[in-house]
Design a protein around this ligand. Sequence first.
Ligand code: SF4
Length: 448
Amino acid sequence: MEKLKAEVREKGLKYHIITYGCQMNMHESEKIAGILESIGYMPADSKEDADFILFNTCCVRENAEQKTFGNVGRIKKLKQANKELLVSVCGCMMQQESAAKKLMETFPFVDIVFGTHNLYELPEMILACKSGTGRIYSAPETEELHDDVPQKRAEGPLASVNIMYGCNNFCSYCIVPYVRGRERSRSAEDVISEVSGLVSAGYREVMLLGQNVNSYDGGINFARLLGRICEETDIPRIRFMTSHPKDLSDELIEVVAAYPQICRHIHLPVQSGSSRILQEMNRKYTRETYISLVKKIRRKIPGIAVTTDIIVGFPGETEADFEDTLSLVGELRFDSAFTFVYSPRSGTRAAEMPDQVEEAVQTERIMKLVALQNKITEERNREYEGKTVEVLVEGTSTRNPGHVCGRTSTSKMVNFEGSGALIGSFVNVKITQGKKTTLFGTLAEEET
Ligand code: SF4
């Protein structure tokens, strides 16, 4: 390994990571960057400037896979121009043997392919590849946790912390349990000590990540973990994602209500408003239990924002089922929703179901749903006009030089005139305009 480090440093080798998919993948790319920098690699400005290009893939939707294949294919020219260039593809898609095989057959110039469980072995894989072993494919199905790896976090006041990996739920449309394995939770002590370290390093907000944080079991349950983080660290803000409605307990609602550091936002994927479709999806709650859960959360935590995920066109979804989804959205008036057209993933139960819904019908339905949700989101955001909200400033606005942006506790993006010196500060902003994706305002006073 020392020889590899010496070579990397001597040649000034650089890496470039291209990440697809969810926040979990984004955070894993921070770990990959940390591992690469621990052996001497430096970040490249672009893939053209890199000696090691790495694709961290997602397989949750079919189009993410197609995009990966297209983008990996375009690297061929760079590889032809630079024989020393290393190319690696990793992550969820590569944890599926058939996808990994197809990728390796299609792109013989890809050097290293690995899955979701063994990124900590990356230095050994690079070493083996450079020592002439040839192409490497390694995607073991271990359930062990190897979380103690260096991390290179994105700049700014926000940090992600994995509290658990994998999923036991097997929703019938979802590939995640097959590529990320069964649930494994980190110990509460490890999580708390990571959050304390982040506070010392200047981070102001942490996002606790897990496929279903509500089933966390690291010696204590998730509600107690949140309570302990609030009691034992000075982190000003905590978010978490994702919550499965079937596991969201009264105890968790009480804890969120009790600690102001826990953000007033909950992302609670409903997926469908039809109890029949929810059963087919194996979600283990009904329309009625979901609606009463959201109402209870809003009653106990006034002002909380609730967002959701919705799938349209699940196999067998009738017009009446879809109307149930529209009426649920109309009744609960989510702050926002990620809406998806159902995409069959091979290996899942739903992919084998009869009555797959025609594309034209799916398109028509999603357009109706998006129009409804957009209207509600804009109306909800307009309710902020005239109010003063606390914002954690995250960065400068990409569209407006001289403006900065950040989020409220309710996860609303706010844009206002201000200098980059405010990044990392909590400020009060008076909202002048609420639009569909952003609130606009003016700085009300200096740091709170
Ligand atoms: S809870 Fe369901 S949708 Fe979420 S990761 Fe697990 S199986 Fe997939």
